[in-house]
Design a protein around this ligand. Structure first.
Ligand SMILES: NC(=O)c1ccc[n+]([C@@H]2O[C@H](COP(=O)([O-])OP(=O)(O)OC[C@H]3O[C@@H](n4cnc5c(N)ncnc54)[C@H](O)[C@@H]3O)[C@@H](O)[C@H]2O)c1
Ligand SMILES: [Zn+2]
Ligand SMILES: [Zn+2]
Length: 366
């Protein structure tokens, strides 16, 4: 069928609206009519080819929409169901079977190869050339997409899809790093480096977990202000003095838990340095393969600290996203405060506003 997509045409180039041909859903796939899609920082770095998804490509991995057709063997959803889309996993490897699909043995191929496992792409341009599809199993920057069934999270028809879309990656990543991986007990101290969409979701989750001290570190003043409004007890400007010293003061010697959402090597070092004895740090920020972060192993040996690398909040989307929706409905997880909506054909403005720091979570509507 004819569909409209925002295509990433070449490295670093803005997305271009284009009509494409979408093939029929294959066994295990569902055709979703997209209602909304969040824009994640990871879409920008793949557009810029930090990770080599073959271009041209339909990116987008925070889709939400309505099931329009189902391929053979699909059993969990039917036509008309409302769905939020998350990352792809195989469902059969040891990591999937033990509840860690974000570490699926075939995660990279399923989410970043731009092709199905049989080598086909779902989209074709006029002239017959393939356009990469199945980005994070979905490629949601299109009016319609063929999505792996395992990406789907069924949500109630009453739920606002244009708000829920970013739960599929950015919001799940920050909230899951706190609630699934670090799991801070009530009263503990939590530091979040980077108060972007992922960091703000982490901060909201630290408040849900009833952390006693929640510190947001970000150079952007408006983001520090919003962090304080959303429940941070302290906000630190990393360019105003030494943030590690400031955090040690605030936490009375060192933080119990800390999260780096920046992917900046110097910040990763601050993450380790700001932890107290037996502290736990987690890293979610994406950067280019080959980037190194250092840790003072002489000093940290005595501290007994633990560092975690976390993908997609180590979540099982089908159970974690409904939990987040429940918390939102109770008024305890107000991630709607991060969202700003754009028309689909204004998608490049959404990218620009996220990069400038003006908007936390742009969401396009179709
Ligand atoms: N691990 C995963 O599964 C996963 C999933 C989604 C996103 N990501 C990655 O997470 C990162 C964050 O995503 P986002 O959407 O929140 O991006 P973002 O750009 O909105 O947020 C990054 C924040 O870091 C702040 N920052 C920059 N320098 C800093 C410094 N020196 N100290 C403290 N803060 C600093 C920026 O001002 C910004 O607010 C990105 O790298 C993204 O690609 C990873
Ligand atoms: Zn797997
Ligand atoms: Zn993402």
């Amino acid at each position: 069928m004819r569909i409209t997509a925002a295509v990433a045409p070449a490295e670093g180039e803005p997305l271009a609206m284009q009509e494409l041909e979408l093939d029929d859903p294959r066994p295990g796939e569902v055709r979703v009519r997209m209602v909304a899609s969040g824009i994640c920082h990871t879409d920008a770095i793949v557009r810029d080819q930090w990770y080599p998804v073959p271009l041209p490509a339909v990116l987008g991995h925070e889709g939400a929409g309505v099931v329009e057709a189902v391929g053979d063997g699909v059993s969990r959803v039917g036509v008309g169901d409302h769905v939020v889309l998350s990352f792809a996993s195989c469902g059969e490897c040891d990591l999937c079977l033990t509840g860690h699909p974000a570490y699926c043995a075939t995660f990279y191929d399923l989410n970043f190869s731009g092709r199905r496992p049989d080598g086909s792409a779902a989209y074709t341009a006029d002239g017959g050339d393939d356009v990469s599809s199945h980005f994070f199993g979905q490629s949601s920057f299109a009016t319609h997409a063929n999505v792996y069934e395992r990406c789907l999270v069924k949500v109630p028809e009453s739920a606002p899809l244009d708000l829920l879309a970013p739960l599929g990656c950015g919001i799940q990543t920050g909230a899951g790093a706190i609630l699934n991986r670090l799991d801070p007990p009530a009263g503990s101290s939590v530091v979040v480096f980077g108060a972007g969409a992922v960091g703000m979701a982490a901060l909201l989750a630290a408040v849900v977990a009833e952390a006693g001290t929640v510190v947001a570190v970000d150079p952007v003043a408006s983001r520090r202000d919003l962090a304080l409004e959303l429940g941070a007890t302290h906000a630190v400007d990393p360019h105003d003095g030494d943030p590690v010293e400031r955090i040690r003061e605030i936490t009375g010697g060192g933080a119990d838990y800390a999260l780096d959402t920046t992917g900046v090597p110097a910040v990763f070092r601050q993450l380790s340095d700001c932890l107290g004895t037996l502290g736990h740090g987690a890293m979610v920020g994406a950067t280019t393969p080959g980037t190194e972060g250092t840790v003072d192993i002489g000093t940290t040996l005595l501290s007994g600290q633990t560092l975690h690398m976390v993908i997609e909040g180590d979540a099982v989307p089908q159970t974690f996203i409904p939990r987040l929706i429940g918390l939102y409905e109770q008024g305890r997880f107000p991630f709607d405060r991060l969202v700003k909506h754009y028309a689909f054909d204004d998608i490049n403005t959404g990218f620009a506003d996220s990069e400038s720091g003006e908007v936390l979570k742009p969401v396009v509507r179709y």
